[in-house]
Design a protein around this ligand. Structure first.
Ligand SMILES: [Mg+2]
Length: 194
């Protein structure tokens, strides 16, 4: 207890001086960094699935399975989901979008779904995991956004896979979101080079 108090006191003083200690830096980065990075969800191969040990994918919808506000899923995504089915790997759509949008895709792809999931809050992810009964180590969150998909997966202690957006979105809000992702994307690029 004494050493914890000393550590807290030291951290307080460092913050006062504008410093963040190394452990805090690691913890902050860890929340935003994905475990894996792929260009597209359909680039995740059978070998990758087996190496990562995934039994259930929690899939984002917009810009992961379909273009942002696209009317249909990408053909490659449909084929990849069929492969998953053949491998006996489960998949559920977990999206922050509305029921009317998410249900149409889920019906088309014959998948279960959670809409208005409020990612990055873990509630939506946890509800699905409870239903399927897998351990956290067997579940991977896949999505194109750091502050919803990756952060939400990390907060839920699941494996996280970041994919590149299928098509850049238009609109000021989405542009700002992408701008805020830049420091994390830069960190990922640096780590991949190391
Ligand atoms: Mg998305």
């Amino acid at each position: 207890m004494r050493s914890l108090l000393c550590g807290a006191e030291r951290n307080r003083k460092q913050r006062k001086n504008g410093n963040i200690n190394e452990l805090e830096k690691v913890l902050i980065w860890k929340a935003f960094l994905p475990d894996y990075f792929f260009d597209r969800v359909w680039d995740i191969t059978e070998e990758d699935i087996s190496a990562i040990g995934v039994k259930l994918f929690l899939l984002d919808l917009d810009n992961t399975l379909s273009e942002h506000n696209g009317k249909v899923p990408c053909v490659e995504a449909v084929e990849w989901l069929q492969k998953l089915n053949g491998l006996g790997v489960d998949a559920v759509i977990v999206s922050n979008n509305t029921a009317s949008r998410v249900k149409a895709f889920a019906d088309l792809l014959n998948l279960s779904y959670v809409c208005k999931a409020h990612k990055p809050f873990p509630g939506g992810f946890k509800a699905v995991i409870r239903r399927f009964g897998y351990s956290c180590a067997e579940v991977a969150v896949v999505g194109d956004q750091i502050y919803t998909d990756v952060l939400g997966g990390n907060l839920s202690k699941l494996k996280t896979i970041l994919v590149r957006p299928i098509k850049p979105e238009s609109g000021l809000f989405l542009w700002l979101k992408r701008l805020l992702e830049e420091p994390v994307l830069h960190k990922i690029k640096t780590m991949r080079r190391e």
